[in-house]
Each structure stands twice: as structure tokens, then as C-alpha cells.
Ligand binder design. Structure first.
Ligand code: AOF
Ligand code: ZN
Length: 356
């Protein structure tokens, strides 16, 4: 199952709207098939592993990091494929909450006389597919907030200089992170200040996450890097009802997808925007700032994990803080996080925090 989980992880960022599942088929202590969910979500992991195993699947045990599907989608159900291949035992990590499956996959296997063991490494599987599980059960994507700051929590000097706060290893780690997410997201302030292109570079084979801009008034220019590359890799823009018609038309001409989102107090309602994004299939979003968007995500309890890269620099009070105002009256009301990992990445420190 550990191997199935690590095979499944290869698909993270590229299987949406589907989960990234792994499957290992074992015949008399020998691995005869390995598979994982393919880009775009199909074929499913089991189908890939069964193809590799061929006749060796007869009488074998299949380890799958999610309950095999039971529905006829574009392809026949994986439970049926496992039965047809003559597998005699199936071990799974987690029930699939998709209402088309939800226990039916396990039931189909059992009805065919296959021995089924559920819940093996269930916690690990739930973590690996937290994005898919959240999309299906809550209609929201998993949001990871990435911050790159100085020791004193600043992201830019007073003049707005913000490039190269962290070192090359941390920047490379961020590109790796982008690859394992379905989408990267920034706010208009960051887009205006940095003119980012938000693509993945220097990481080998090219998978590009969807690039999301939260820009209620469409202030960012269609002539920007995002605008100029929108016909090559997807750019989705969440804007508010007050976005000028001319800007909407200019952005639409770049090939970007415009998403009309509701506003509350003059700002995009992020929960509603995220629900729209999940509705379009996104399961894992990496938010890369800026301060205002980060604060709104934290204040709205929409941030599922915080990844903090800290560089050995000090900027002082005149620098820009990583987080905009949270409007907290008392320390007791402060959102709390617990550290789950801390490691050196080159010259910087990477910390992973989960909300309490
Ligand atoms: C599996 N193995 O590798 C994956 C599964 O649109 P479809 O027909 O591809 O079905 C998508 C659903 O299939 C998805 O919501 C989830 O329930 C399941 N994903 N199932 O047996 C896999 N990726
Ligand atoms: Zn399937």
C-alpha cells in the first residue's frame, strides 16, 4: 500500500477533477503490475496496473489507494475490471466518497467472491487525496498558502522590491510544489507588483498548473505576462460584478477564462470563488500571495495548510508584511496553526503548518 500511495502521488496536480490513485498487483510475493491515475484523470490506476499484469493478475492481490470505482463513466468500472481479471483479493486504503461509488465498489468485489480488506493506511491515503476528498465532500478545493518571508516576516522592502527573498533551492522547491498542484493563485496586488507568469520552469517534463488571478476590478493588464501567455497555458480570472466591460473583453481575447464571482464588502467572496473553482474540477490550489489575499484566506478559514519559506534576512518595520490586516481584537481570536514539518532548504528554512 505504501508503494501504491507513492505511485499515486505521481499524478498529483494532473489528475483533476479525479483523485491521484495508485495500484500495485502482487502475485506470490512478486509485483506484477503497477499503475497510477493518468493525466486528466483517466485511465484509472487499476486499469493501468491490470494491463501490465496481464494473465499474472489471476489469483493475485491488488493494493489500491482508493476504493475501485463502480460506475460506468467514459470507461467501465475498475471493480468490474478487477473481477474480470480474476484477482482474488483486493486491499484498499479508503472508501471513495464520490456518490457514484461510495461503497459500491467494495460491494461489487465482495459480491463476486473477492476477499476485500479496507482501511489499510487510510490516514495516509486521506492526506494524499485531501484535495479530491474536500472537493467531493465540501465542494471546495484544498488550499495551501505559500509564504516566502524574511526572519521578521516581511515579503518586500519599503520600495516594493520582493524578488529573490529566498535562495535558489527554495525557489526550486516552489516550482516542484506548483507541479503537484492543479492550480496556482495570486491576488491582483501581487500580479500588478511582480508581473509573474506563474509557470513551472526547469523541472523536466512540462505540466503547467492552471494560473488563477483574483482581481475584482480586472486591474491587471491583458498585456502582462499572464495575458500574453494565456493562449499557451490556462489563465482563469476571478473578477467581481464591477469589472469594466472593456477589461473583460480585452482579457477574453487573450484566451483567459473569466469567472464572474460575487463580492462582499467590495472584495471577491473567496469562499464563493473557491466553490466555483471546485465546480470546474480543481482539487488542489497553491496560493502564492499577496498579503491581502493571504489574509482573506486565513480570516475566512479557507487555508488548509501554510508553507512558510524563511530567508536569513531582516527588513524591519518599513518592509511589507506577509499578511494584510486580520482585524483581530484579541490574541485569543488569533487563528492557530501547529507545525508538522520544518527543514532546511538550501540557505532557507521551510516550515509546514496546519490549522488547529
Ligand atoms: C478508481 N481509480 O485511479 C481513480 C478513480 O470520470 P471518471 O469515469 O474517470 O470517474 C471519476 C471518478 O472515479 C472520481 O470521481 C473518483 O470517484 C474515481 N476515481 N477511481 O477506481 C482511479 N482516479
Ligand atoms: Zn476506476
Amino acid at each position: 500500500m505504501a508503494l501504491a500511495l507513492s505511485l499515486g502521488a505521481r499524478g498529483l496536480g494532473r489528475t483533476w477533477p479525479n483523485p491521484a490513485v495508485g495500484c500495485v498487483i502482487v502475485q506470490r510475493n512478486r509485483i506484477v503490475g503497477r499503475g497510477w491515475t493518468q493525466p486528466g484523470g483517466r485511465p484509472h490506476a487499476e486499469v493501468m496496473a491490470l494491463r501490465q499484469a496481464g494473465e499474472a493478475a489471476r489469483g493475485a492481490t491488488a493494493y489500491v489507494s482508493l476504493e475501485p470505482c463502480a460506475h460506468h463513466g467514459k470507461t467501465p468500472p475498475c471493480a468490474e475490471a478487477l473481477i474480470a481479471a480474476g484477482v482474488s483479493r483486493v486491499v484498499t486504503a479508503l472508501e471513495d466518497p464520490d456518490p457514484r461509488v461510495a461503497g459500491r465498489g467494495h460491494a461489487m468485489l465482495r459480491a463476486a467472491g473477492i476477499e476485500v480488506t479496507e482501511g489499510v493506511m487510510g490516514a495516509e491515503a486521506a492526506e494524499a487525496n485531501a484535495g479530491f476528498l474536500k472537493r467531493v465532500t465540501q465542494g471546495l478545493p484544498l488550499v495551501t498558502l505559500k509564504l516566502a518571508t524574511t526572519i521578521d516576516g516581511r515579503i518586500a522592502t519599503a520600495s516594493g522590491e520582493s524578488r529573490w527573498i529566498t535562495g535558489p533551492e527554495a525557489r526550486r522547491a516552489v516550482h516542484g510544489l506548483r507541479m503537484s498542484h492543479d492550480a496556482v493563485m495570486v491576488g491582483a496586488g501581487t500580479a500588478l507588483a511582480d508581473d509573474p507568469d506563474l509557470t513551472v520552469r526547469d523541472m523536466g517534463a512540462g505540466h503547467q498548473p492552471v494560473r488563477i488571478l483574483i482581481d475584482s476590478r480586472l486591474r491587471h493588464s491583458p498585456e502582462s505576462r499572464l495575458g500574453r501567455t494565456a493562449d499557451q497555458h490556462p489563465v482563469w480570472i476571478c473578477h467581481g460584478p464591477g469589472a469594466p466591460t472593456a477589461a473583460r473583453e480585452a482579457w477574453a481575447r487573450t484566451g483567459a477564462l473569466l469567472l464572474d464571482c460575487p463580492e462582499t464588502d467590495g472584495r471577491i467572496d473567496l469562499r464563493a470563488a473557491l466553490a466555483l473553482l471546485a465546480g470546474r474540477g480543481l482539487t488542489r490550489i497553491l496560493c502564492e500571495g499577496g498579503a491581502q489575499l493571504a489574509a482573506s484566506l486565513v480570516a475566512g478559514r479557507l487555508c488548509d495548510a501554510l508553507l512558510l519559506f524563511q530567508a536569513g534576512k531582516l527588513i524591519g518595520a518599513e518592509g511589507h508584511p506577509a499578511l494584510g490586516p486580520l482585524g483581530l481584537p484579541l490574541l485569543a481570536a488569533a487563528p492557530r496553526f501547529r507545525m508538522v514539518a520544518a527543514e532546511a532548504v538550501g540557505e532557507d528554512l521551510m516550515q509546514r503548518w496546519l490549522p488547529e
